[in-house]
Unconditional design. Sequence first.
Length: 319
Amino acid sequence: MAKIVVTDSDFGDSQFEREMVEAAGIQFAAFNGEEARSPQQIIAHLKGADGAITSYGSYTAEVFQALPGLKVVSKTGTGVDNIDVAAATANGTVVCNVPGYGTEVVSDHAIALALCVLRRINEIDADMRAGIWDFRRHRPLGQVSGRSFGVVGYGHIGQAVARKAKGLGFNVVVWDRKGQPGTTTPEGFPYMALDALIAQADVVSFHTALVPETHHLLNAQRIATMKPDAVVINTSRGAVVDTDALAQALRQGRLWGAGLDVFEEEPVSPDAAICHAPHTVLTSHAAYWSEESAVELRRRCTQNAIDVVLGRRPESSVN
């Protein structure tokens, strides 16, 4: 009998996946915990398995070399930077992901971070709980009207962010590697060169995949060109932004603020520089999660694994 294994999970238990897999007539097993994410543990847990489901497991070339019969690795998410896709391809292993599942909730979160930073909501809230009734301590306070919102990366989530930002009254501009500066998106948003957008936009929100070309896309040099009242938002991948350089700019008062949901090292150490930078709103890689999006994510991820194991074409694969 074919077998699918959850090698690690972001969801606490794997009963949802178990029911789907066993209903398809496939054997099921599940493991979890930080230690289960290592290549050595993955290899041990996948002996004899046809398919794997993972959230954060380290699927290195070593894993695929040790598992020549592995047909599929299905990721509970969009980004597959924890999987050596080239090694998987060489092994004949399909790598699946779930694009689009978090479009609405991640874009909601990006907009919420931007508004929270502009309005200093978390800072005023902390004062209230400390018995301080004085919003003036946190001036300047900003508004949407009259501000531009730069969307860096115009995939599904970037498009949703642009739509929502426009609806609130921001003037939206876009950078995407496929977009030509001087033209517009189908929705009418102007494409800009990346350096121009970063230098001119009042809010710069990142929605790109993490590939070598986008590592530290926002670095110290580009931060130095930003407006002193600019806001940085990142809900994409932590390493798209040089977080230490961002923290330094915030400490030096060279930016309005920042809202981050993703970090270069997760979980973030409370000693990290960004945790002590002023005018920040930080969330624990929560943007992708709503009760509704989680069900969709798990269902589509598990179905991808089932489809490949049973010889069918999956909904989405990256190789």
